[in-house]
Design a protein around this ligand. Structure first.
Ligand SMILES: Nc1ncnc2c1ncn2[C@@H]1O[C@H](COP(=O)(O)OP(=O)(O)OP(=O)(O)O)[C@@H](O)[C@H]1O
Ligand SMILES: [Mg+2]
Length: 386
């Protein structure tokens, strides 16, 4: 019997795969294994104990996961690379009266850590408010279904709860991204929520106060680059514990982040390519040297106006792999990295082009005389920069 070939989807058909699932879905097995192995007491409304939350974030021994009668080993991977003490402090804050503010340079993994903390602590990382200049108080508290209010008046059914209100009612975590982008008036709406742990709804008659269940807390993130846009008011500062997320200090850790994250992201695009160690090392070296304005040999070089974050390095590795897969032979070499690098370093300031040119001719080419990897990188970079 002839087997019918699987029909290729036409370009107008949309596949139903999700591009990016929330952490609690993506890492559901690891969370469930930690839950099954739990020995400690979890705080009220928490899904896991603080010790297990830490293990989920920094990784640990593989754990058995029972599904029906079968058991499988689930590796607990490291999600956030950096100082474990910093993660511990963040977890302790979430169990306390105070809210948590993760501050740091762009691309240091603040949102990433916040998402994983919310997934492990509350089992839901999707209660998010994205702070912008246009964020309103309604988006932080509640709004109304206007058509129904006109017809029926304000009733609890006509209320549209904000992510804050939902988190309060469940004893969950609210993630507030880029809080310093919000104007001060809007930030102030949070002051009363954080001190009273309740929201009053004066439009509703009778019992119009919604109180937060135990476990409710807020994880906010702020970019230290634009902290000046709208500084937090003193009242709000006092209600947050600040945890500063630094740029990854050592090269080995940065290589590990780029390697693991690019592998995970390539799997998402179903691309079989891997970026090999030596190429990752070259990429991180370039980023670290340009970022710090100093080469490994101690030679000073100019640094660009953009922050060359670890996130940018991951982006370059991923783009290089996609380019190699689509237009090359699938091999991600130093030349592929060089090709993608320009767009990461040179953004608004065309002066940064000079910085990159200087780096290529003074540093990369010199190394290329002895090292074929660096030669391939320097040659392609020069071509791209011409
Ligand atoms: N220390 C780290 N550990 C693990 N992943 C990291 C780390 N630093 C950066 N990343 C990776 O970088 C990417 C971007 O991180 P994220 O979006 O959280 O940065 P951010 O600090 O929120 O930046 P921004 O201030 O621009 O919002 C993520 O894919 C994340 O995995
Ligand atoms: Mg962020």
């Amino acid at each position: 019997m002839a087997t019918r070939k699987k029909k290729k989807p036409s370009p107008t058909e949309t596949p139903d795969a999700v591009l990016r699932a929330p952490a609690e879905v993506e890492y559901a097995k690891q969370l469930e294994a930690l839950f099954q192995a739990e020995r400690d007491q979890a705080p009220a409304s928490w899904k896991l104990s603080p010790r297990s939350v830490l293990q989920y974030i920094v990784g640990g021994e593989p754990l058995p996961l029972k599904v029906g009668k079968a058991t499988e080993e689930v590796p607990i991977t490291r999600k956030f690379f950096g100082d474990d003490a910093l993660v511990e402090r963040a977890i302790v804050t979430l169990a306390s009266e105070r809210a948590l503010l993760l501050v740091g340079e762009p691309g240091t993994g603040k949102s990433w850590l916040s998402e994983h903390l919310a997934a492990a602590v509350a089992g839901d990382s999707t209660l998010v408010i994205q702070g912008t200049a246009g964020t309103t108080e309604d988006q932080i508290k509640y709004s109304w279904n206007v058509a129904r209010v006109i017809a029926e008046g304000p009733t609890p059914d006509n209320l549209i709860p904000s992510p804050t209100l939902v988190a309060m009612q469940r004893g969950g975590l609210l993630r507030f991204e880029e809080i310093t982008r919000c104007v001060p008036d809007v930030q102030d709406a949070l002051v009363s929520i954080l001190s009273d742990k309740a929201i009053a709804i004066p439009e509703l008659p009778g019992a119009n106060r919604r109180e937060a269940k135990a476990g409710f807390n807020v994880i906010a993130t702020a970019n230290s680059r634009d902290q000046g846009v709208n500084d937090l008011s003193a009242a709000l500062k006092r209600r947050f514990n600040y945890v500063h997320i630094p740029i990854v200090a050592d090269k080995k850790t940065e290589m590990a982040i780029v390697e693991q994250r690019s592998k995970e992201l390539l799997a998402r695009y179903a691309i079989p390519a891997t970026v090999e160690r030596p190429v990752i090392e070259l990429l991180t070296t370039v980023f670290r040297e340009i970022r710090s304005g100093k080469t490994a040999q101690g030679v000073s070089i100019k640094s660009p106006s953009t922050t060359l974050s670890t996130a940018e390095a991951i982006g370059v590795a991923l783009d290089a792999a996609l380019h190699a897969r689509f237009f090359g032979d699938g091999e991600v070499g130093p030349a592929a990295i060089a090709r993608q690098l320009v767009g990461s370093v040179v953004k608004e300031d065309l002066g940064d082009l000079k910085v990159l040119k200087e780096y290529v001719s003074l540093v990369a080419q010199k190394r290329g005389k002895e090292d074929p990897e660096w030669k391939a990188f320097a040659d392609e970079a020069q071509r791209a920069l011409r």
